[in-house]
Structure formats: structure tokens, C-alpha cells
Design a protein around this ligand. Sequence first.
Ligand code: 5GP
Ligand code: ZN
Length: 114
Amino acid sequence: MSKCIFCKIANGQMPAHIRYEDDEVVAFDDINPKAPFHVLIVPKKHLKNLNDTAKIDQDLLGHLLLIAQKVAEEAKIADNGYKIVINNGKESGQLVDHLHLHLLGGKLLARMAV
Ligand code: 5GP
Ligand code: ZN
């Protein structure tokens, strides 16, 4: 059984506030939000980070971005703007070793360090 917390959320073993789900992706609220709106967009396939992806993941990577757009529109933050962040590896601050997009919005983020 996987010890990865995002795999556990993706397969329903761990609770989260789910905003969107399909066969490939799940989007849920970050447990420690850094903005009024902070959702994590996560592939169900366990990929450690971008370094762990390849050509075979091209459609999945595009899908993650389109789901980010959809979740932002549904949350009504799309018009005001939002920020997408992908931390990749230890010097980026990546803490959870399962690829995820941060979708941040709901306040002025122009000066936010990424
Ligand atoms: P990273 O630093 O790896 O890019 O971001 C990991 C994110 O996952 C952090 O923003 C953190 O608050 C969030 N996180 C960590 N554990 C959990 C959890 O158990 N549930 C949820 N919903 N978010 C989590
Ligand atoms: Zn995982």
C-alpha cells in the first residue's frame, strides 16, 4: 500500500475537500492555504515531480492545466487572475513528493514569492 499522502487522497483513503475529480486527476483544497483560494491539482498516477515525467505524460500534463483553468472558473477567480506554481525538488521547497499544481487566488498575488 502506498505511503504517499496524495495517492491516499486520490484513492479515497484520506479525506480532503475535493473540488474536481475524474479518472486521471483530483483537485482538492490545500490543508494549509497560502491564499484565500488554494487548491492542489494532482494526477492520480504517482509521479514524483516534473523530473519524473516524460513524453507519455504529455496529455496528462496538459490536462492538469486545463483542470486548473476549470477549477478557477468555477471558483469565480478566473477573471481577477490566479497563480499556478509547481515546486520541483528540494531547492524549490517541494515537500510532498507527488507531482501537484498549486492554484492560488482570491487576493493580489503579484508580489508573492514563488
Ligand atoms: P509543496 O511544498 O510540496 O509544493 O506543497 C505541498 C502542499 O501540500 C502544501 O501546501 C501543504 O499545505 C499541502 N499538504 C500537505 N499535506 C496535506 C494533506 O494531508 N492534505 C492536504 N489537503 N494538503 C496537504
Ligand atoms: Zn503519490
